[in-house]
Each structure stands twice: as C-alpha cells, then as structure tokens.
Ligand binder design. Structure first.
Ligand SMILES: [Zn+2]
Length: 108
C-alpha cells in the first residue's frame, strides 16, 4: 500500500515556508492562522467575527468549528481572551455565525 503524501506539505524549491500560527480560544490548540476565524473587539467595545482579519482592535482566534465556538461562548473563554463582556446582541451574532459553520459530522 503506497504512502499517501498530503499535498499541503508540498514545498517549492525546498524553501520551508513559515506558517503563522494562532491559538484557538475554544479548544486551546494552535492552528494555521488561515484555518482560524478572527474575532475582534472594536474600539467601541463591540465584538464581531472578522472574516477579513483586518479590522482594528484586539483579536482572538477560533477554529471554524462549531465545537470551538460553543466552548468559547458558553465557557466565556472568548470574553476572557478579549477582556470584554459580550453584549446580548454581539453574543447572538456570534452564535449565528457559529451556526453557519460546517459541523464536523457533516464533513465526515
Ligand atoms: Zn479550536
């Protein structure tokens, strides 16, 4: 049986690429920055998902995984990380964002 080589590890010209990593506040493990969703606390104290990754403010990262989001929201890990209390409307918006994420069961 031939070994399977993940194409993601393919390197060009043998130069190792440094992949920026961030820690997910939901599960506490690190992941490639681009596999995580940035959550930003804006200057006005509002908290929202930042899909562009470019909004100003203090940021936290979560895997695009409903499990991580529920951990972050129900255990207040996101609030702790951002040092902010989520307003009901911000919390509702983040929950809605999490609902729209592909669930692991659907992928497998
Ligand atoms: Zn996670």
């Amino acid at each position: 049986m031939p070994m399977r080589t993940p194409s993601a590890t393919t390197r060009i010209h043998g130069t190792p690429r440094r992949v920026p990593e961030r820690t997910c506040v939901g599960c506490g493990t690190t992941g490639a920055k681009r596999s995580l969703v940035r959550i930003v606390r804006g200057p006005d104290g509002s908290v929202q998902a930042d899909e562009t990754g470019k909004k100003p403010g203090r940021g936290a990262y979560l895997h695009s995984d409903a499990y991580c989001w529920s951990q972050a929201l129900t255990k207040k890990r996101l609030e702790h990380s951002l040092k902010v209390s989520l307003s009901p409307s911000d919390l509702a918006a983040l929950e809605a964002f999490a609902e729209a994420l592909p669930s692991p069961e659907a992928v497998q």
